[in-house]
Design a protein around this ligand. Sequence first.
Ligand code: NAP
Length: 252
Amino acid sequence: MTSATRQEQLAAIFKSATVIPVLTIERVEDAVPLARALVERGYRVFLASRNESELRQRAETIERDFNTSIGWSRADLRNAVECRALVATAEAFLGRIDVLINNAGVGWYKPFMDWSDGEILELLALNLAAPMLLAHAVLPGMLARGRGYIVNVASDLARRPLANMAPYVGSKFGLLGFGTSLHREVRDRGVRLTTVMPGVIDSAFNGALEGTKDPRWALPPSALATRIVDLLALPYNVVIDELTIHPAGGDY
Ligand SMILES: NC(=O)c1ccc[n+]([C@@H]2O[C@H](COP(=O)([O-])OP(=O)(O)OC[C@H]3O[C@@H](n4cnc5c(N)ncnc54)[C@H](OP(=O)(O)O)[C@@H]3O)[C@@H](O)[C@H]2O)c1
């Protein structure tokens, strides 16, 4: 198949996609900006995190606001079986998964010797293994259809060492390495991948109170959400491999 024919085929495939199904991994309250931005742009959304009552309550709010149906499912992504079960449930609801947004992550700010074995393993399971397992589960469908997009939310700490967050930084360096390497395997088969590297976000990360940080040095989640949705709107033959985004006044 000549590359011209392949280009025409990819263009046709993306033109045909009226409603693009998206599986996004995060708490609904965090996802509101992202789910809202996705639904507003015509994406069908399936959400996942650990808190079932919160997911149900918030999903109903979005459904009412947008007169649409949002899929959701409780999943603890530190567990490999739950990662695969989540993809099967999302595929059953959405019909197929064209976009996977890996956003879930944890981290603690403390000297390395104060980290327990359990904390190190839990963090690596969620921040690094879960995105790999979810990509492994959604890729067969994406590759078979010749189209797909994976967005991994790493951190600007994927390229910047920081004391007192060593395991977290290690997981984000790892996520960047995994994503950019995987992309080299799948990019000529219609699958794109972007690693998003935000600076400080005004979220509930590490037990913080969302919406309380000084906007000069903390990103509002909606700013990140909109940039992620913009990535998906790029022409099929364009990809931003790495997106670093900072609060304008941030120290980095
Ligand atoms: N906050 C920052 O300054 C910052 C900066 C750069 C990058 N990041 C990255 O941005 C991403 C989002 O973090 P955030 O700032 O929005 O923090 P957050 O408010 O704490 O959100 C973390 C999300 O991960 C979900 N989660 C945690 N453990 C989970 C598990 N075991 N299974 C499934 N879902 C789980 C949480 O939902 P449940 O608790 O309901 O499960 C929540 O939706 C993370 O990957 C983080 O590393 C954050």
